[in-house]
Design a protein around this ligand. Structure first.
Ligand SMILES: Nc1ncnc2c1ncn2[C@@H]1O[C@H](COP(=O)(O)OP(=O)(O)OP(=O)(O)O)[C@@H](O)[C@H]1O
Ligand SMILES: [Mg+2]
Length: 399
């Protein structure tokens, strides 16, 4: 038996012949490259950090743009640059990054902030004690920049709770006893974000707004090119292939993340076929897989409340074997029951309807109005989602 092991080629030695990738983790969504493709709009992000570093100016920036338009990357990249500059120059500057996807209340919010300082919250503490703890941590700093990514997801829990969070934060910012400047960057892909803010929040924020548009095929190509250079072997692709890939993406979604993933999947396919060059056929054959992965990613990135709403729609549709799902009936006959089963606080019907609409933003549902015979209208939706995937993610995250 020993002999056979030595005679045959090692499983991994055989894989050494696969000649497509230089590195695979540079294709990860969270990967921050050493250089990024600049777009003129990023200047506002640079100016924002510059004001923090050199003039200790307390500011608030809201960045809005569609999926894969470089919102997270630009803030993380220039934020890192700002941290490095501050370190070199001995400037007291702290950057805190928080994703709002799973923040359900002011308590969760401050708990997550404190976690960034390596602090565990003792049992029995209330929100105001957490706020105190947070203030104590930043009291001796000069400038703290708080990045709140996927900020709109905060509003999927409750408009009131989200406004409470923002309002409390603005109160800390205006506390004159604290010598620290606190700036915030809020990132969202919902253009209607600020409609959620109530008036005191609006006025306390006094924000600059940066609207980032989707990338065009040329920009997608340059981003892909810079990624291919560090992720693929030079011999594994031609520039024309990257142009082909970017043109296909531009037709489908204009999302830089989709484009990078499409190239990665095509590379894996070429590798599986034992080839040493990625072809247009590999790209074409990876489109469906990439679409499915992007959809699963969108479901995984939903806030917990959005996920329960989506699961209720799936559940009601399946139980009644229908295509067009009535929203109000789903709320009464599926949503409320599911909340009870998983021990979640119910939201009101108007809030439920808002969340159904927010799912449309990710193309997971299409909403329509139906006019029944007796007059009036009825809100119905059609699902555009892999129902099994919704069920699976719901079970992992909630049930
Ligand atoms: N200008 C750029 N230069 C290099 N890579 C980029 C650039 N813009 C985006 N990317 C890459 O494209 C992908 C998507 O970008 P990013 O995560 O910033 O999107 P986003 O706007 O935050 O999208 P979402 O709203 O879905 O969170 C990431 O892998 C990122 O590294
Ligand atoms: Mg992002």
């Amino acid at each position: 038996m020993d002999k056979t092991i030595h005679q045959r080629e090692n499983v991994f030695a055989k894989r050494e012949n696969l000649r497509i990738f230089q590195s695979k983790n540079i294709f990860d969504t969270d990967f921050i490259p050493e250089v990024i493709i600049e777009r003129p709009d990023f200047q506002m992000v640079i100016d924002f950090f510059d004001n923090c570093l050199r003039y200790e100016l307390q500011g608030n920036l809201i960045i809005i743009g569609p999926s894969g338009s470089g919102k997270t990357l630009s803030v993380r990249f220039y934020g890192q640059e700002a941290e490095r500059y501050a370190k070199d120059k001995g400037i007291d500057f702290k950057l805190i990054y928080l994703n709002c996807r799973e923040i359900m209340s002011p308590y969760f919010f401050y708990q997550a902030l404190l976690r960034q300082f390596g602090e565990k919250v003792p049992k029995g503490y209330g929100t105001s004690e957490l706020v105190e703890m947070f203030i104590n941590h930043i009291r001796d700093s000069r400038h703290v920049v708080l990045v709140l990514d996927e900020f709109d997801k905060l509003y999927s829990t409750s408009q009131e709770k989200a406004n409470d969070i923002v309002y409390m934060l603005s109160r800390i910012k205006s506390n004159r006893d604290l010598g620290v400047a606190i700036s915030t960057i809020m990132i969202s892909n919902n253009v209607h974000l600020s409609e959620n803010f109530d008036t005191p929040v609006q006025s306390s924020l006094n924000s600059k707004i940066l609207h980032l548009g989707a990338y065009n095929a040329e920009e997608l190509y340059h981003i892909l090119h810079s990624r291919a250079k560090i992720g693929l072997l030079e011999s594994a692709y031609e520039e024309g292939l990257l142009r082909y890939c970017s043109a296909l993406t531009a037709k489908n979604s204009e999302d830089a993340r989709f484009n990078i993933r499409l190239l990665f999947n095509a590379g894996e396919l070429a590798e599986k076929d034992g080839e040493d060059k990625i072809t247009e056929t590999h790209i074409k054959n990876s489109i469906n897989l990439t679409k499915r992965e992007t959809e699963t990613d969108a479901i995984e990135r939903l806030s917990l409340n959005q996920l329960i709403v989506l699961y209720s729609l799936v559940n009601f549709k399946r139980r009644n074997n229908i295509k067009l799902i009535p929203v109000k009936t789903t709320y009464c006959e599926a949503y409320k029951l599911i909340c009870k089963q998983v021990g979640y606080e119910e939201i009101t019907y108007p809030h439920f309807w808002r969340l159904v609409n927010s799912l449309g933003q990710y193309d997971l549902v299409y909403s329509l109005l139906q006019t029944p015979k007796q007059g009036g209208f009825r809100r119905v939706v059609e699902l555009n989602v892999d129902e099994e995937a919704v069920e699976k993610i719901f079970k992992i995250k909630i049930a």
